[in-house]
Design a protein around this ligand. Structure first.
Ligand code: S3P
Length: 440
């Protein structure tokens, strides 16, 4: 049963500098994939620095319900006793994936290939999110999946004889859809090839290589052949650039700040936010660049800098898709206007992030125009006031950062879902100089 979160509010006092050294929690996308691939690998997989956010814990719980033995996670350490591609057992109840679109879409792909039926549910936000983008291509592969009439969860996945590989051009640039189809492809006869209209995060492809599963990438297409096996491995999860982004912007917009963020994933399919902020004038340096488990990592050093408005290039949108809430705050602190177009995918996230951000920015006195596929934001000064996060973790954290530069305190409502991606956010934020109080 999904338990809706009790109302938690954050109150941010303006002012302060952002300083020090910190490490934000593990990458959410990589953590989900570590759990999923570890569960269906042969032998043990040891994970360190796993994100213990409730989204990833929902994926862990789903595999426990399918009899996978998992020790931990404790302080980010987890041991998964992989059961092999065909070792999952039928869950006795629905798999509740909480708030997590990634878990829902990736698990749908994985479960489509099992020889048992399953049901997938989620919270109120997840139950509104579009699933036809995975159901349609999986159906073309031979899967049998039922959703509501609107194409939303709950989903029923029925066992079928065997899936067939597919060549599929993604209509929307989505790493979740690509990954769902690759997971189904592991269980399919023949080859599965996915072509993407624009590059999206490639953690699944990189991690499959780490589990010694052949996966070929050429330009915009990724292919694998079903019926192989994954070998258990060790995975050290980098710190999540999407979580680091709140502090990158905080240190940029707060005067006399200097912050070092340790061991952050800088996979080029994720670094759109750094490129956009640099084009706005931000001072962001990477140091100590190296690779861990096939993923590039660096320490990120940020100093305060004045920002200017930009037109965000369309090709950077999928590479910074989760960072738009915090980019909107940077835009509001910039001289001139920032325009974001070609970003209608933002309407299908944990909330409709275009309308959530427009409402919050306007509520704090920022001149904002809303488009179907984006918005334009004229830089100005934040008033204090009350902002609704609409239960969206990234909207909540973005407005905490806005509070730094407000004229009076900013209260953010409905912050209970911050724990989906950033457990300990207030602690980390306070240690860097943000002044946030939690109220219940
Ligand atoms: C994710 C992909 C992105 C992103 C989400 C995580 C993933 O979604 O917004 O937070 O882990 O594959 P889309 O692929 O739907 O754009």
């Amino acid at each position: 049963m999904t338990v809706e979160v009790t109302e938690i509010r954050y109150v941010v006092d303006p002012g302060g500098r952002i300083t020090g050294n910190t490490r934000v929690p593990g990458d959410k996308s990589i953590s989900h994939r570590a759990v999923i691939l570890g569960a269906i690998a042969e032998g043990n997989t040891r994970v360190s620095n796993l994100l213990e956010g409730t989204d990833v814990l929902a994926t862990v719980a789903a595999f426990r319900k399918m009899s996978v033995q998992i020790e931990g996670p404790e302080s980010g350490e987890m041991l998964i006793r992989g059961v092999g591609l065909h070792g999952l057992s039928v869950p006795s109840e629905a798999l509740d994936l909480g708030n997590s679109g990634t878990a829902m879409r990736l698990m749908t792909g994985l479960l489509a290939g099992q020889c048992f039926d399953s049901r997938l549910t989620g919270d109120r936000s997840l139950s509104r999110r579009p699933m036809r983008r995975v159901i349609d291509p999986l159906t073309l592969m031979g899967a049998s999946i039922e959703s509501t009439a609107q194409g939303t969860p709950p989903l029923k996945v029925r066992s079928v004889d065997r899936l067939s590989g597919i060549r599929y051009v993604l209509p929307v640039a989505s790493a979740q859809v690509k990954s769902a189809l690759l997971l189904a492809g592991l269980y399919s006869a023949g080859e599965t090839c996915i072509e993407e209209p624009r590059p999206t995060r490639d953690h699944t492809e990189r991690m499959l290589a780490g589990f010694q599963y052949p996966c070929e990438r050429t330009d915009s297409t990724v292919c694998l052949t079903g019926g192989g096996l994954l070998r258990g491995t060790e995975i050290d999860v980098p710190a999540d650039l999407s979580s680091a982004a709140f502090f990158i912007v905080a240190a940029t917009i707060a005067a006399t700040s200097r912050l070092r963020l340790h061991s952050v994933g800088i996979n080029p399919t994720r670094t759109g936010v750094i490129e956009i902020l640099r084009s706005m004038g931000a001072s962001i340096e990477t140091e100590n660049e190296h690779e861990i488990c096939g993923e590039p990592i660096a320490d990120i050093v940020v100093r305060s800098a004045p920002l200017r408005g930009v037109k965000v290039p369309a090709d950077l949108v999928p590479l910074s898709i989760d960072e738009f809430p915090i980019l909107c705050i940077a835009a509001a602190c910039a001289a001139g206007t920032t325009t974001i177009r070609g970003a209608s995918e933002l309407r299908h996230k944990e909330s409709d992030r275009i309308s959530s951000m427009v409402a919050g920015l306007r509520g704090l006195g920022i001149d904002t125009e809303e488009f179907d596929d984006g918005m334009s934001i004229r830089g100005g000064d934040f008033d204090g006031g009350v902002v609704n996060s609409f239960g969206d973790h990234r909207v909540a954290m973005a407005f905490c950062v806005a509070g730094l530069r407000a004229r009076s305190p900013v209260e953010i409502r409905d912050c209970g879902n911050v724990v989906t991606s950033f457990p300990g956010f207030i602690r980390t934020a306070s240690s860097c100089g943000l002044r946030i109080n939690e109220r219940r």
